[in-house]
Design a protein around this ligand. Sequence first.
Ligand code: GAL
Length: 960
Amino acid sequence: MELPYHEDVSPGTGGLPPRAWCAGSDAASLSLNGSWRFRLSPGACGPDESFAADGFDAAAWDEVVVPGHWVLQGHGAPHYTNQQYPFPVDPPRVPTENPTGDHLRCFDLPADWPADGTAVLRFDGVESCARVWLNGTPLGDFKGSRLPHEFAVGHLLRPVDNVVAVRVHQWSSGSYLEDQDQWWLPGIFRDVTLLHRPAGAAGDFFTHASYDHEEGTGTLRVDCDVPGRVTVPELGVDVATGEGVTVPVEPWTAERPRLYDAVLSTPGERIALRVGFRTVALTGGLITVNGRPLLFRGVNRHEFHPDHGRALDLATMRADVMLMKQHNINAVRTAHYPPHPAFLDLCDELGLWVIDECDLETHGFMALGRGGNPVDDDRWTPALLDRAARTVERDKNHPSVIVWSLGNECGTGRGLRAMAAWIRERDPDRLLHYEGDPSCQDTDMYSRMYADHAEVERIGRGEDGGPEERRRLPFVLCEYAHAMGNGPGGLREYQDLFERYDRLQGGFVWEWIDHGLRHPEFGYAYGGDFGERPHDGNFVCDGLCFPDRTPSPGLLDYMQVIQPVRFTYDPVSGTVSVTNLYDFADLSELAFEWTYLMDGPDRAVSGPLDVPPELGPGESVELKLPEPPPAARGAETRLHVSAMICEETNWTALDHVVARADFAVTPRPPVPVATGARPRPCGYDLALGPGRFDVRTGELRAIGDVTLRAAPRLDVWRATTDNDDGAPWQPDTRYGPLWRDLGLDRMQHRLDDVESGDGALTVRTRVAPAARDLALRAVHRWTSDGEALRLTVSVTPEGDWQVPLPRLGIRLGLPAALGYAHWFGGGPGEAYPDTGSASCVSRWHRDVGGMQTPYVRPQENGARADVRWAELRTRSDGEGVRIVGDPAFWFTARPWSTEQLDAAAHRTDLVPGDTVWVHLDHGQRGIGTQSCGPGVLPQHELRVAPAEFAFTFTTVARER
Ligand code: GAL
């Protein structure tokens, strides 16, 4: 049976061969972006093609904006799946129900459109298959959604009333090659442009610009299919195309992205080029640029916008690059397809290393196990080679692109080998990446995803075994630290390994941004929210940024972990040691500062730290600090050191802090123990200092004038995080489900005894889940000195606990009016045992609402670490309650309860109630990354063990 073009395995017909992306031509061009006429049909074969005929009247049709996805413009709905194809797997056939969007755009040529030469119609991205006509004449069809496609159209153009007709099918044979974990979003989602091609214009050109780090020279050669000249005025270069020239230059690196303006002139066209000189190589088993090994501090970036899907505007692309740079990220893997070409221009300009990945993933075949995978089927090889060529040809002139990646999660096969061979032949000056082949026969680096710390360490030590060729290769984690929901945990420990072992050349966090689509009811929608089936839920929200690009705590954590300067402090000698962790740059772009803080920022002294600007990569210096001011009685002195930008850059403002550290100069003074007062009857209550208790239950009812809405109780439950819940396929222990199965989310509190003695009120409880013989016995001992009320909790486990606890502490409910928090401890943002490196000990304050981290799927969040004391007040200077921890504690305050948080599926399910829920935790379990990667490291588990901790409560008056 002959298949229609959209089901045929061919990459397309009628198009022009791929060539270099070119933003700087002086030839005329006409953007065809904007409003297009649009008609949606339910099937690929149903609608007739008369719409493409010259003179068709589409006045009755709807309109859509191009670039855009019709499913985000009121026609149909988005569909999210991870690995599973959303249609029956029977390659290359696709369903009959195949949403098909017919698009029409009329245009006149501008009055000054040159009469000579020819023209090209270019599509930068159409998902997933298109057939194109101009003025009624069929031009051809294509697949390869995130790749450019061009047609020669000069002979068809007329001065006015031109009509481009494009039929787009949501599903095609190409969909089998595009099984990336993301929303399926059909449409013409990148630019459409008409390009004038003057006689004698350049067709394709290839800039080769290498750097000899020993000589300090660059060698430039621009190959072009139409002979011409290349000039670089700043370097005095003026050579013919195809001819090499060597001159002294400053090299390009992601840290110092030095570009030289150049011009390629052919008889018909002048093209502005930006040349970056750099040499990428595999040297001594390491990835080197300009002779030096580099460390990827990377992220995987999908193109995503909460309103526009993968149709990104320039401002959003720039925002991504700037945000990455501002958070110390130095590399991007363009997961899992070439990005909009303008993004790579920005990487050249602002400086990011890029692994440019081909638009290819066939993940859905791997779970099926019945073969048929297109990457190992010769019939598909032309389509695969077409994708490789369109990637490499388009992006080959970017200095930022240092590695080509064959694609993602396709398994192995002859087609991939053919792609690798073609790329090596075409561009021997870059390295090759592919993660899916454990033999590494076609790649220049051993790449893995989600390997745990122990395995990464074995690889670092070269103890990983495997084929001989692989053991000679450097190692990268092309994906790690799955940033889904709260987390990722364990970043610090990965970075320590990367910095310890040369072979480990860093990694790319999965992933940059949550793909939550803005939704009137849910706030941000994820899989299933459009009624689609099958779907993979909120697995699509696993980024370091929230959908609106607000940095999540995970991004701030990552920024701190990968900061380019390391500080260590020796309180005995009063010295700070500063190490330059850049791979190439000295420290001349940074200024350094020390600050001593006595009990927070209100009493602080600071001064400059004289770090030599010429300190090179890997070098350290030790500097003596001034003596800290004498500590006031009961006060705690901390040292903060920071490095900030002191020279204008194109990615951040002056004074932006790139690196910082927080150290204890003096230890925390001991907390006075409040004893001496006696419990005494007071009406139906019992009074002890400022506390009032229920005589029968021993429950605290009020602290001074503040009536509690819920008495303090032992608490172990947290609204499980995506990482607690773990991915269904994780073979390891996944504690979220185990905890629920045990009943930790519905612990019963049995009162055993209330004892009012001379100097204390003692309440004994047994806290345990139904149907189990596990328990925590808790003794609450209340004492007071008349002013302060102290609670000491002693916990003794009972039974055979096989699981760690989510948290261990107490929770109480205060009136919602006490909705403003002050605290002295870690902040300003959240932290958990294995996250939150950005948390810094100081005095912080904000309203309780603002202490919530708005994960797209609500879950445990918002704990502040190392808190010495916290206050909840009616407003910043209002009256309230003060809680001092002994020892320091994890502080969480919420306008809703854990139960509400646990039950919520979207942000909009959470509505503040009449209670501020306060958690004072002695312990929290780490976060880990089990939503796709390894779980919590042993040192960050919260094991069940006897524990004792205390809190002192007082009232605080309104400030006058
Ligand atoms: C990887 C895959 C990514 C993404 C991630 C989990 O296996 O390459 O595309 O699915 O897991 O979010």
